[in-house]
Design a protein around this ligand. Sequence first.
Ligand SMILES: [Zn+2]
Ligand SMILES: [Zn+2]
Length: 512
Amino acid sequence: MEEDFQWADVTANEIIKRDKKSYVCSSGVSPSGVVHMGNFREIITSQLVTQALLDKGKKAKHIHYWDDYDRLRKVPANIPKNFEKYIGMPLSEIPDPFKCHASYALHFEKEVEKYLKKLGFKIEIIRHSEKYKKCVYADEIKKVLNEKEKIAEILNKYRQEPLEKDWWPINVYCEKCKKDSTKILSYDGEYEIKYSCDCGYTNTIDFRKIGIVKPLWRIQWPIWWHHENVDFEPGGKEHYNTSGGARITANEIFEELYKEKHPVDLKYDFIIIKGVGGKMSSSLGNVITLKEVLDIYEPQIVRYLFASTRPNTEFSVSFDMDVIKIYEDFDNTERVYFDEKQITNEKKLSKEKRIYELSYIGKIPKKIPIQPSFRHLTTLLQIYEGNIDKVLQEYHKKDVRIKERAKLVWNWLEKYAPDEMKFKVKDKIDIKLDDKEREALIKVREILKKERIDELNLHNKFYEISEEFGINPKDFFKVAYSVLIGKEKGPRLASFILEIGKSRVIRLLDQL
Ligand SMILES: [Zn+2]
Ligand SMILES: [Zn+2]
């Protein structure tokens, strides 16, 4: 076997050591508010590892669970304050604050799900609420109830105050008020629980028949892993605190309960908002969503960002000028994939190729796809004021990638591009010119009218003209840009004029 250098491959090798016929990778997110890029990292980490297993010829699947039977703990920043009345209820039982889905949880789940296909994900989605309401985990719940002392012992190792004697590893949602403000009064050792609620309701239920029991989340992990035969699940950095992080204790509890090795794990770091740092949090409202990212980045580049960054590294998703650099990096990786000679270092080459394979969606073509440069598209699109059909004509090709990329570039120009990148080609000369400047520009017009001229020759002419009229070339360019776009700087002037089109520039200069 070839040695692996890409992180998903390295993790896949670790999983394969479990030596099974098929493998299950999982991920889980609580839809307690906007599902942001930090949460998305959990999903894509598991997806890329699943892909790596499949690429190694193994049977593997990715199941993602929405932890939507989790309780609402806090009302996030963008949700109406009066949702406080639902605190303590399962997310799946709370109405959609935006009134477009069947529940609070579904609203946030669907906002992500609709993009997963676009990203080429092979994924099975499970809603925990459906499982719990159907009492699917009744036997596992019975087990944790009967072995709660062992579980408490593990948790207590990390606690200052030990858990109370009447601690239970589960929450019960009241059948009447739907909240978890309940107390377990007794358990018969089998499937029967008696509970009372702060609302005054009391009942005895069989949890094989009534699905109101939810294990605490440190205990839910082991139950889930066991029930679904999970081989791999990544975990956010915050759950790995060595003094009792949730994932650390969940791993221990799993091994204690089921006497087998816990699933392979992988700690992933935060996605930050550039210049801010720290964790994104939907309760604070400082988040970037998948939708916002896909408004600017091609789906393959979103995969590329994660495939090329080791999970234990914090990184930011950029919306500033770095976007151009990221597109250039991706295009470069693509060129390396199709022309290996660019890199002589074996290790680096093998890694770049794998990153490309994991990023590309669908079957990789035999020939390198067309690579419309992001930066060049910013110029063309602004010349044509966002008319994508005209931009496509420039390429003399109807290519899906050009069209898609052009849309994203236009979004970027409208929402994020810094002012110095933006321009609009003028159709009127609206600045005052002195005689020398006028004469110089008239000369430019004559050249454009007369000659078939290429970029280099036109560029050289600018210096000749500057000299002829005694203008400092720097000032000549300033004037030219001011006339064309009302700014002192712009894209390289000669190619810019040819891109705008000689006739359009002549029409403008005819006003002199
Ligand atoms: Zn909705
Ligand atoms: Zn109640």
